[in-house]
Design a protein around this ligand. Sequence first.
Ligand SMILES: Nc1nc2c(ncn2[C@@H]2O[C@H](COP(=O)(O)OP(=O)(O)OP(=O)(O)O)[C@@H](O)[C@H]2O)c(=O)[nH]1
Ligand SMILES: [Mg+2]
Length: 185
Amino acid sequence: MTNLVKFKISIIGDFATGKTSLIRRYIDNAFARDYRPTLGSNVFIKKIEITHKNKQYLVSVNLYEVAGQDRWQTVRKTYYSGSQGLIFVGDLSRKRTFHQIRDFWHVDSKDYIPSDLPRIILANKCDLQEDIEDSEIREISNHIHAFTHIKTSAKENIGVNKAFIELITKIFNYTDDKSEESKSS
Ligand SMILES: Nc1nc2c(ncn2[C@@H]2O[C@H](COP(=O)(O)OP(=O)(O)OP(=O)(O)O)[C@@H](O)[C@H]2O)c(=O)[nH]1
Ligand SMILES: [Mg+2]
């Protein structure tokens, strides 16, 4: 028997870091060179089959991209709540976008999501010249309690699938733990 589950994952980070591109690579295996800023938000859905603890699942992965440009600040908050996972995206060719994960995106989202919610940093555009040391990414990752950070390129299709699968697996374990906690309380 296949069990159906639905996960909401929010994807946040500065404008033009590659959020839409990572989603398009993951869902359609496609990439566009031109930059079309996301207006407000985007929702994408991908259905995948996963075996977890010997059970078959059909997972509806609902990806909420929250636009990075400043003018969308007020609409953003409604998209954080109800998420089971968070993806922070930085652009390896712009160090500032990682500082923004620590100083802005982490702070902006933390009142709306549980502190132990699975979160990951995608260090995107690894096909370009890197503007930040690995050690600094690691520090930021620890600071925001990400369980890992992965270098990706939506352009060259590096690390994208792996990143989504790692997060989805973490969410499975997290939701299992939560249901165990509620049974025992
Ligand atoms: N070289 C390179 N370019 C990329 C990569 N990923 C995205 N881009 C380019 O970066 C630009 C911005 O990508 P988007 O995916 O639109 O960025 P975004 O984070 O969704 O931006 P907003 O919606 O405005 O917040 C586009 O021109 C993409 O083609 C990558 O891995 N490598
Ligand atoms: Mg976008």
